[in-house]
Design a protein around this ligand. Structure first.
Ligand code: SF4
Ligand code: SF4
Length: 127
C-alpha cells in the first residue's frame, strides 16, 4: 500500500507546477506582514539596549559612546523580537528583502544614529 501511495504522490507532484520560485531572478511575493529586514528610525532610539539583549542571534550591537546602532544582516534570523520589544517603537520590519550578497565583507551594515537633542529649559520667570 505504501508503494502505491508513494507512486500516486510522485505522479501528482510531477504534474504540478513548482511551488518554489527562482529568487532573486523572480520577485518574491510580499504581503503587508512579510518580514524583509529590520530598519531603524535612529532619531528616536534611546540607546536602552533592549533590542541587543533580546536578539537571539546577537545580530545587533549598540555603542552608547559612539552613538551607533549596528545590525549584522547575515546573522539576523528576522524573528521580529527586536521590533516587538523596542520600548519607543523606533524599529520596524521592512517588507523588502535585503539585496543578495556574495561576500562576507559587506555583511555588516552599520547605521549611525544621532540622539535627538534635549529641548532647552526655559528660564523661570523672575518673582
Ligand atoms: S529580527 Fe530577530 S534576529 Fe534580527 S536583529 Fe531583530 S531580534 Fe535579532
Ligand atoms: S530597543 Fe529601540 S530604543 Fe532601545 S536601543 Fe534598541 S532600537 Fe534603540
Amino acid at each position: 500500500m505504501a508503494f502505491f501511495e508513494m507512486v500516486r504522490t510522485a505522479l501528482r507532484t510531477v504534474m504540478q507546477q513548482p511551488v518554489t520560485i527562482l529568487y532573486p531572478a523572480q520577485a518574491a511575493k510580499k504581503t503587508p506582514i512579510s518580514r524583509g529586514h529590520v530598519m531603524i528610525d535612529e532619531s528616536r532610539c534611546i540607546s536602552c539596549g533592549t533590542c541587543q539583549r533580546k536578539c537571539p542571534a546577537q545580530a545587533i550591537i549598540i555603542s552608547k559612546e559612539a552613538k551607533t546602532w549596528q545590525i549584522d544582516r547575515l546573522r539576523c534570523v528576522v524573528c521580529n523580537s527586536c521590533v516587538d520589544t523596542c520600548p519607543v517603537k523606533c524599529l520596524f520590519m521592512d517588507t523588502q528583502y535585503t539585496a543578495p550578497v556574495t561576500a562576507r565583507s559587506v555583511d555588516l551594515i552599520a547605521i549611525t544614529y544621532v540622539k535627538p537633542p534635549k529641548p532647552e529649559k526655559k528660564d523661570e520667570p523672575a518673582q
